[in-house]
Design a protein around this ligand. Structure first.
Ligand SMILES: *Cc1c(COP(=O)(O)O)cnc(C)c1O
Length: 354
């Protein structure tokens, strides 16, 4: 399958690998030498190539700059003790990218082009995957419209790109979150389940207001009544209630996170009861008051888990129980890290070796 795909490989003559300073990495500011690029010409994906990471010319009428046909993914590669490059669940990202493409009326990318491009890119940039505990290579696949036209209609042409950023330890200190009861991230029938650029643009202003009020992040609630919790900032939201793992069921307003579904699977493997259902704000606050809510945390690729120490609702802050090293959130993070770095068995075959 992968042999049938031919990729033009144009390695850089000026590698920047010697400038890589792992001790001073800032998330998302350091880019590996190369990128994979493919163009959809209206009929098929053509001109598959790996080229130096760098500028791309475009005209002001480029459609996504006006109407937002732009989608992305985020995943990570890890280097094992033996120097193997391991990617966590990349097929799931490829499938989700295509679900986002479908919702935004964009071309879909064949899974073998995604995987073959990723594999060749990581072979070429293997030195950019840091071999250091807690470090990884953040991988950013994304796609955008490339027609130059300002009529409102789906673009006929698209570009798919993968580029990489080495990233350091993301020590997520516990966060204080605010339950959002005015603004909405995603409405029923909207694009909340798609990983599209516009969802992020719409979240920035409410997030800024929350930060100005002293919170680290928002808890998004449902768009109809602000009664049910949906997501934690740009992560999925999970709780331990009476020893059970409880998390909002995915829907058209909740992103189907890969960290979320991995944690759901691990909890089941560990013999825990898992409930994927609606979770009301009231249930959480009652749970904090009567001690049944033991933990709350966000789950996503960047931080893996982000423990929550306090939840604010309508001007009142409710403190959660003390976060201990053997909390579920911390245990599941350690276990997931062990799987990702190839330190333990991988019973669900989540790790893809380059
Ligand atoms: C990407 C994302 C997540 C987390 O998904 P992962 O696959 O676990 O990284 C959760 N919520 C939103 C809105 C996201 O965009």
């Amino acid at each position: 399958m992968i042999d049938a795909i031919s990729i033009g490989i144009h390695p850089t003559t000026q590698s920047r690998i010697n400038e890589l300073d792992l001790d001073n990495l800032v998330f998302g500011h350091t880019f590996a030498d190369h990128m994979f690029v493919a163009d959809f010409d209206g009929k098929e994906w053509t001109d598959l190539r790996i080229v130096p990471y760098g500028d791309m010319p475009f005209k002001p009428a480029l459609m996504p700059l006006h109407y937002g046909q732009a989608i992305f993914e985020g995943m990570k590669a890890y280097k094992s003790e033996d120097g193997e490059v391991l990617v966590f669940r990349p097929y799931d990202n490829a499938r989700r990218l295509n679900r986002s493409a479908h919702r935004l009326c964009m071309a879909e990318i064949p899974e073998d082009i995604f995987m073959c491009g990723l594999t060749e890119l990581l072979r070429l940039d293997a030195q950019w995957v840091p071999q250091r505990d807690n470090y990884s290579l953040y991988i950013r696949p994304f796609m955008f419209a490339t027609d130059e036209y300002i009529g409102v209609s789906p673009s006929k042409t698209y570009r798919f790109i993968i580029f990489n950023c080495p990233v350091g330890a993301y020590y997520s200190k516990p966060v204080k979150v605010k339950v959002e009861t005015e603004y909405v991230r995603a409405a029923p029938g909207g694009t909340g389940a798609a990983k599209c650029a516009g969802n992020y643009a719409a979240s920035l202003y409410p997030a800024k207001l929350a930060q100005e009020a002293g919170y680290d992040q928002l808890i998004w609630t449902d768009g109809k009544e602000h009664k049910y919790v949906e997501e934690a900032g740009t992560m999925n939201f999970m709780f331990i209630i009476d020893g059970k793992l409880v998390t909002p069921a995915v829907s058209d307003s909740i992103l189907d996170g890969i960290t979320r579904k991995s944690i759901v699977q691990i909890a089941k493997d560990w013999g825990m009861t898992v409930e994927e259902r609606k979770v009301s704000v009231e249930e959480l606050i009652e749970g904090i008051k009567n001690g049944r809510l033991q933990e709350a945390f966000g789950a996503g690729t960047a931080a893996v888990v982000s423990p929550i120490y306090a939840i604010g609702h309508e001007g009142v802050d409710y403190n959660l129980p003390e976060i201990k090293p053997d909390n579920f959130a911390n245990r599941v993070k350690r276990y997931l890290d062990d799987v990702k770095y190839g330190r333990v068995a991988d019973p669900h075959e989540w790790v893809y070796q380059i």
